[in-house]
Design a protein around this ligand. Structure first.
Ligand SMILES: CC(C)(COP(=O)(O)OP(=O)(O)OC[C@H]1O[C@@H](n2cnc3c(N)ncnc32)[C@H](O)[C@@H]1OP(=O)(O)O)[C@@H](O)C(=O)NCCC(=O)NCCS
Length: 139
């Protein structure tokens, strides 16, 4: 699998202070960052008949072309401690997934620590992500 191109989206949730009538940012409640990369996975045979109307086998020009897929990944999801368990993580993931879909991503993944229960619950229970790989790091 090789990466060809990457785009990036960021969503921030801010808590506004409206006390004096002019909204000002009181606190950043949470932030999420996501990227979409185009990866190539394998090749497929493409047959071009060179625009000939009733082509015979000699008019075809078969070529191996890479199969491209858009894959999204979530990184940098953080909710400020004073704002956790208020559904903000849920909202931010929904927003970034909406952006992924709008930009044609077909898959999405996230890497998190094995003991990060909050994150694992959020993604597996609320968004149906499945665990597929648990690498161990040697130090
Ligand atoms: C993980 C994190 C993003 C969750 O954000 P949040 O805004 O508190 O989550 P929500 O309030 O939207 O909760 C949604 C669901 O996530 C799960 N969840 C959230 N916090 C949890 C916790 N402390 N323990 C267990 N499950 C938890 C629950 O399933 C919860 O649904 P429920 O409230 O119906 O039980 C937040 O705790 C955080 O920023 N943690 C530190 C950074 C981090 O781990 N980032 C993710 C990996 S990169």
């Amino acid at each position: 699998m090789s990466m060809e191109e990457e785009v990036e989206g960021i969503v921030v949730i801010k808590e506004l202070d409206l006390n004096n009538g002019t909204p000002s940012v009181k606190e950043i409640g949470g932030v999420i960052r996501g990227c979409i990369k185009i990866v190539t996975c394998g090749k497929k045979l493409l047959c071009n008949n060179k625009g000939v109307e009733n082509p015979t086998s000699e008019d075809f020009d078969p070529k191996l072309v890479p199969v491209c897929r858009k894959v999204a990944y979530i990184l940098g999801l953080r909710i400020s401690l004073s704002h956790t368990r208020r559904g903000i993580g849920l909202k931010l993931v929904n927003k970034i997934e909406e952006w992924f879909r709008k930009n044609g991503a077909e898959y999405s993944y996230i890497a998190t620590e094995v003991d990060n229960k909050a994150s694992i619950n959020l993604f597996t229970k609320k968004f149906n992500y499945t665990k597929f790989y648990t690498p161990s790091t040697l130090v």
